[in-house]
Design a protein around this ligand. Structure first.
Ligand code: ADP
Ligand code: MG
Length: 135
């Protein structure tokens, strides 16, 4: 809930971790915290789901099945990173050189009980968000 309140328009956030680590679950929680009441589907096959909640434009990518680099532009993915959409990206490593740099990266590690989550910031925007999250 706190992270949802800190995400700024235009931010790119990578979600890293094995299948089942909790990436989609976090996106679902972020959307619900923002006030979205509908169903949040995993974009496993569609690669992208789009949301607009109270004027916040959120894009949820799951690039696990992304194969064809030509698809990036054809599908309009490049245009989604437009400086105003908040883009949450699962499996960014499946489209290297195509996904823009992340402001923040959230890494999930499955433990015998629960999860370990590490968040790092790569840009000034990301650092601002991370500092507010820690305070
Ligand atoms: N923090 C968590 N603690 C316990 N179970 C979790 C957690 N996050 C996700 N899960 C469970 O793990 C399963 C897969 O989560 P999901 O978010 O779809 O993973 P991913 O998107 O990383 O592949 C779901 O059944 C979910 O309920
Ligand atoms: Mg997922």
């Amino acid at each position: 809930m706190r992270l949802a309140g800190l995400l700024k328009a235009g931010m790119v956030v990578y979600l890293r971790g094995d299948l089942g680590a909790g990436k989609t679950t976090l996106v679902r929680a972020l959307l619900h915290a923002t006030g979205f009441t509908g169903r949040v589907k995993s974009p496993t096959y569609t690669l992208l789901e789009q949301y607009e909640v109270h004027g916040v434009h959120l894009r949820h990518f799951d690039l696990y099945r992304f194969r064809d680099e030509n698809e990036w532009e054809a599908a309009g993915f490049r245009d989604e990173f437009n400086g105003s959409n908040i883009c949450l990206v699962e499996w960014p490593e499946k489209a290297p050189c195509l996904v823009p740099q992340a402001d923040m990266e959230i890494m999930f590690e499955i433990l015998p009980v629960g999860r370990n989550i590490t968040i790092c910031a790569n840009t000034a925007t990301g650092r601002e968000c991370l500092i507010s999250l820690r305070n």
